[in-house]
Design a binder for this molecule. Structure first.
Ligand code: ATP
Ligand code: MG
Length: 505
């Protein structure tokens, strides 16, 4: 494992700026961990520094040395800056510079810490959570490692520097952070930490939902997300934050089910990779199953049994269970999830949409016409890439509805791309067409005009007509094909003009 780091000129320049003003500066946090594990500087994106300078001094130093700064939360001791440097070395990079803290506590449910500043790097490292997060690198590139974080990195262990119970109780979000670092690094918490997490689990309910969300967003897209979710279930944290996912556990043992939807969900989340909305949707995709399960068309009264509250006697399982409309139920639960986690409106909408349309891409076959592809694209309302990705997760991890193979889904992506490149994906009618139709057909303004335009849009979708022709071409198309909607429009035309008389105004 690396014990000495040589920084490039941009980072060295930042160290030099602080040294020139008589202030200490250390690199801390994830970047230190990553460097210790052998990452190279250009792959670090999130650079956290800590200093003995108080926030106004930090700002002054940065300004004096001509760094672009932004204020991130000066009252919490953090100043943001931009490090410039060669593009191929990953610059520009955002850095955050935080004044040494001696302690950091969160008031119940608050998003922001109450901080007290400190004067020593050792003190600052001590208040951090895990030993692997309590390492710093100084201006000379040497590791400062008072708690054997480097040893724990070697052993692949998550260990709390202080007393585990006290440390978790002080900021219960750290329980979720255990999950996040399991997900990211594949490490194992030591026994004392796991025990403490189990003891303190309910304290997570004191924590702001924004902080839950921040950790879960990172956890779900990390490579070992399944191990992390398994850990969170083991220490009863998942019960609190994602009861609808826990309800999938052992479903197949509590009555007929095609497979173990909990295991399948873990596989789905890992298959979802790095896309945040797809990962959340993968987590929620199957959550409708327990609540709609039916046998012989009789509802299988499973609500209470799902939550593990009352055992329900099993009916004789002579036919396969059905899970009619489970995606609708899951979308309902996704809506509740978004509210619980205070997701932003855009993510919330995407997750719900994906859960609801989870099988949409799986109906694709190579025999689909361009018109079929265009209609699917339209129906997916900008979420086609994510819906295809989720479909691929479902296909790759076990039985799934529809017929599309992974290769087919790949082909679907290409067909959408090709249609787009030829400008044949989204129907586009020219400006001025509405006015032309009104004038030439003597149309009253109103729904009829909209219907005619819709008819033309459908014709483009169906491939009978191209986009972006001249307005005259669309009128000619209508006259040539003479659809019922045109006849209706003619019947509604202003009577004075129908007879050919000049318009009166
Ligand atoms: P990543 O690379 O995923 O961002 P990170 O270790 O940088 O990982 P951050 O959440 O960015 O994680 O936090 C930066 C550092 O701040 C951590 O390494 C840790 O030292 C400290 N830290 C952050 N949150 C807490 C917390 N709730 N309790 C104690 N220390 C914390
Ligand atoms: Mg970080």
């Amino acid at each position: 494992m690396m014990r000495q780091v040589t920084f490039g000129p941009s980072i060295q320049g930042l160290f030099a700026a602080f040294a020139a003003e008589g202030k200490q500066l250390h690199l801390v946090g994830g970047a230190v961990r990553d460097l210790a594990l052998g990452a190279v500087e250009q792959h670090l994106d999130d650079l956290d520094f800590t200093t003995d300078a108080r926030p106004p001094e930090t700002l002054a130093i940065l300004k004096k040395h001509r760094y672009r700064t932004y204020e991130m939360g000066i009252e919490f001791g953090t100043v943001g800056a931009v490090l410039t440097g060669p593009r191929d070395a990953g610059f520009p990079k955002d850095v955050q510079i935080t004044t040494y803290r001696s302690a950091e506590t969160y008031r119940r449910g608050s998003r922001h810490p109450v901080v007290s500043f400190g004067d020593h790097i050792a003190q600052d490292l001590k208040r951090r959570d895990f030993s692997i997060n309590s390492i710093a690198i100084d201006a000379a590139g040497a590791f400062v490692d008072p708690y054997d974080g480097l040893g724990d990195l070697d052993r692949r262990v998550l260990r709390i520097v202080g007393d585990p119970l006290e440390t978790l109780a002080e900021d219960p979000l750290r329980i979720l952070r255990i999950g996040r670092f399991i997900a990211k690094l594949g490490f194992t918490p030591d026994d004392a930490l796991e025990r403490a997490a189990w003891e303190c689990a309910t304290h997570l309910l004191d924590i702001s939902r924004e902080r839950w969300l921040q950790e879960m967003n990172k956890l779900l897209v990390a490579p070992h997300a399944a191990d992390a979710l398994t850990f969170l279930r083991r220490v009863r944290v998942l019960n609190l934050i994602l009861p609808e996912v826990v309800a999938l556990s052992d479903l197949h043992q509590r009555g007929p089910a095609p497979e173990d939807p909990w295991r399948r969900t873990l596989a789905l989340v890992e298959a979802a990779g790095k896309d945040r909305a797809v990962s959340w949707a993968a987590l929620m995709a199957l959550t409708g199953l327990p609540w709609v399960r039916a046998l012989h068309g009789e509802p299988y009264p499973d609500g209470a049994a799902c939550a593990g509250l009352t055992p329900h006697p099993l009916p004789a399982a002579s036919s396969a269970p059905t899970f009619d409309r489970h995606h609708l139920m899951a979308a309902e639960l996704a809506r509740g999830l978004a509210r619980r986690f205070h997701m932003d409106a855009k993510t919330a909408e995407a997750v719900e949409f994906l859960v609801l349309h989870q099988r949409a891409a799986l109906d694709f076959t190579p025999a689909w016409t361009d018109a079929d592809v265009r209609r699917l694209y339209r129906d997916l309302q900008g979420h086609h890439a994510e819906v295809i990705a989720l479909g691929a997760c479902l296909r790759a991890t076990g039985p799934a509805p529809g017929v599309a193979s992974l290769d087919d889904l790949h082909l679907l992506r290409e067909r959408i791309r090709d249609l787009d490149a030829r400008d044949e994906l989204v129907p586009r009618l020219p400006k001025g067409l509405g006015q032309l139709l009104v004038d030439r057909l003597a149309l009253p303004r109103g729904p009829l005009l909209g219907d005619l335009m819709q008819h033309l849009t459908e014709a483009i979708l169906a491939g009978e007509l191209r986009s972006s022709l001249e307005p005259e071409d669309y009128l000619a198309f209508l006259e040539r094909t003479d659809p019922p909607i045109l006849q209706e429009a003619r019947a509604a035309a202003a009577p004075s003009r129908k007879s050919g008389a000049p318009p009166t105004s």
